[in-house]
Ligand binder design. Structure first.
Ligand code: C5P
Length: 219
């Protein structure tokens, strides 16, 4: 079975997807990590990220692997590095590049193989796995998402002003929603789940029970 969790940044997708995969014994696919890894590799190579052709050519030469919870770029563990605000703010160059998206969509399908997976991103239920049996669209208000992001960054030693986080997040949402390729939109058959004012445990319980019901009806 393929479970897709799409939605805007900070809605709690990562935590939910990771834990859901663990509980179900499914593999977890963090597709945002792939776009982040391309951006990190490109900036480190001194590329002009706005040059679409150059970035697409470069991305093809990069080895990106998701190994459990780790993100490996050309043999190096970049799990922490890809999550900094610096990389977050430039990842849109990779995400809005049609040729890069095409490559990463292929990589995501290949990474999923025939396994049971929980995959998380923006276009999983619409573009990458339209045939998925179970699709969620996770949302929360911009303010709640920014508060969570602030806490998340603080836990990793990055102190960023709340207003700045909110501003960056609104910009990222707008870019994610308005791009021509793989935009952030719910699939027609996605179940909408709002996480405002709910604990991760409450959200998890809802998602898990829905997936388990689907698993039962499938067999
Ligand atoms: O989910 P995460 O915040 O790690 O994603 C980083 C960026 O990668 C997002 O802002 C989005 O622009 C892009 N992304 C995407 N498609 C996906 C996953 C992430 O465009 N499937």
């Amino acid at each position: 079975m393929i479970v897709c969790i799409d939605g805007p940044a900070g809605a709690g997708k990562s935590t939910a997807a990771r834990e859901l995969a663990r509980r179900l014994g499914f593999r977890f696919l963090d597709t945002g990590a792939m776009y982040r890894a391309v951006a990190l590799a490109a900036v480190e190579a001194g590329l002009d990220l706005a040059d679409e052709e150059e970035l697409a050519r470069f991305a093809q030469s990069q080895q990106i692997e998701l190994s459990g919870d780790r993100v490996i770029l050309n043999g190096q563990d970049v799990t922490g590095e890809i999550r900094t605000t610096r990389i977050t703010s430039i990842t849109h160059y990779a995400a809005s590049n049609p040729a890069v998206r095409m490559q990463l969509v292929q990589l995501q399908r290949k990474a999923a193989g025939e396994d049971n997976i929980v995959t998380e991103g923006r276009d999983q239920g619409t573009v990458v796995f339209p045939q998925a049996e179970c699709k969620f669209f996770l949302t929360a208000s911009p303010e709640e998402r920014a508060r969570r992001r602030k806490q998340d960054l603080a836990s990793r030693g990055e102190v960023v002003d709340y207003e700045e986080i909110l501003r960056q997040q609104n910009l990222r949402d707008e870019r994610d929603r308005s791009r021509d390729v793989g935009p952030l939109i719910p699939a027609d058959d996605a179940l909408h789940v709002t996480t405002d004012g709910r604990t991760p445990a409450e959200v998890m319980a809802e998602l898990e029970s829905i997936v388990r019901q689907k698993l039962v009806t499938q067999t």
